[in-house]
Design a protein around this ligand. Structure first.
Ligand code: ZN
Length: 157
């Protein structure tokens, strides 16, 4: 059975005069989602979560910041935690531009962060912490998979 990942953070092409893909798929412009009060205290942790997930797709070209940042590496890959799929650059929008994520996705991240928090607390150095987080994110994907299999069905969320 092919697993359907829920896509999040794929934005409208704001550089093209006519954004056909955005219009057809109803993609949003992140500049309309800026919310400086959203998750103030947890924002950095949410951004970290977005960074440590697994790479699932790699594309030929790099993405660009819809807010017009230059010299920022937005990445060219998609990441996943086993449930959601988002572009590598999504953490930049959260961290730098305070773009608000969808409610369900946010709740999902906060639930999973409690697992990552335990892991992070045991690390003694920054590289070790990153390695542990990456490992935890991988485990998280497996955990989500196992949970789904035991349910015997895919949640339509
Ligand atoms: Zn930017």
């Amino acid at each position: 059975m092919k697993r359907e990942l829920i896509k999040v953070g794929f934005w409208k092409d704001t550089k093209s005069f006519l954004d056909l893909s955005g219009m057809l798929q109803n993609l949003q412009d992140p500049r309309e989602l800026v919310d400086h009060d959203w998750m103030k205290e947890k924002r950095e942790r949410i951004a970290q979560y977005l960074d440590v997930a697994e790479h699932v797709n790699a594309w030929m070209g790099s993405s660009y910041c819809r807010f017009g940042c230059t010299g920022v590496d937005m990445g060219a890959a998609d990441l996943s935690d086993g449930t959601y799929l988002w572009p590598e650059g999504l953490s930049h929008y959260v961290r730098v531009h305070h773009v608000r994520l969808p409610k369900r996705f946010t709740r999902h991240i906060l639930d999973n962060l409690s697992i990552l928090k335990k892991v992070s607390a045991t690390a003694s150095s920054e590289p070790q912490r990153e390695a542990l987080l990456a490992d935890a994110a991988k485990k998280l994907g497996e955990w989500v998979d196992a949970k789904r299999k035991s349910k015997g069905q895919v949640n339509a969320r």
